[in-house]
Design a protein around this ligand. Structure first.
Ligand code: CA
Length: 121
C-alpha cells in the first residue's frame, strides 16, 4: 500500500468504505477519516508525491481521478463531478492542476489542516 508508514491501515479501510458508493466522495470527510487531516506539512507533502504518480510536481485531473487507488489498488475511480470538486479545492488559480509548491499546495495542506482541526472538536 502506497501510504503504508504514513497512515494507519484500518483508517484507510474505513475512509474507503465511507465513499464506496458512486458520488459519495467528500474530500474533507476522507482526509479526516483516513487520518491525513492533522498530519504535519511534511507528511502531507509526502502524500502529495504519492498521488503525483508521474512526478510532474503537479496533481493533474487524471491523477486525482485515481486518487482512491493510491490507498487501495481495488478502490473505485472518482467520477468526473467528484474529481472536479476535489480539484477546485486545491486549484486556486484555475490552471486545472494542483502544484506541490506555491499557493496551490499550501491551499491543499490548509484544507487538510482545517479538516484536522474540525475532527478534534
Ligand atoms: Ca502529475
Amino acid at each position: 500500500m502506497a501510504f503504508a508508514g504514513v497512515l494507519n491501515d484500518a483508517d484507510i479501510t474505513k475512509a474507503l468504505d465511507e465513499c464506496k458508493g458512486a458520488d459519495t466522495f467528500d474530500y474533507k470527510k476522507f482526509f479526516k477519516t483516513c487520518g491525513l487531516a492533522g498530519k504535519s506539512a511534511d507528511e502531507v507533502k509526502k502524500a502529495f508525491y504519492i498521488i503525483d504518480q508521474d512526478k510532474s510536481g503537479f496533481i493533474e485531473e487524471d491523477e486525482l481521478k485515481l486518487f482512491l487507488q493510491n490507498f487501495s489498488a481495488g478502490a473505485r475511480v472518482l467520477s468526473d463531478g467528484e474529481t472536479k470538486t476535489f480539484l477546485k479545492a486545491g486549484d486556486v488559480d484555475g490552471d486545472g492542476k494542483i502544484g506541490a509548491d506555491g499557493p496551490h499546495f499550501r491551499y491543499l495542506s490548509q484544507v487538510v489542516c482545517i479538516c484536522g482541526a474540525l475532527s478534534n472538536v
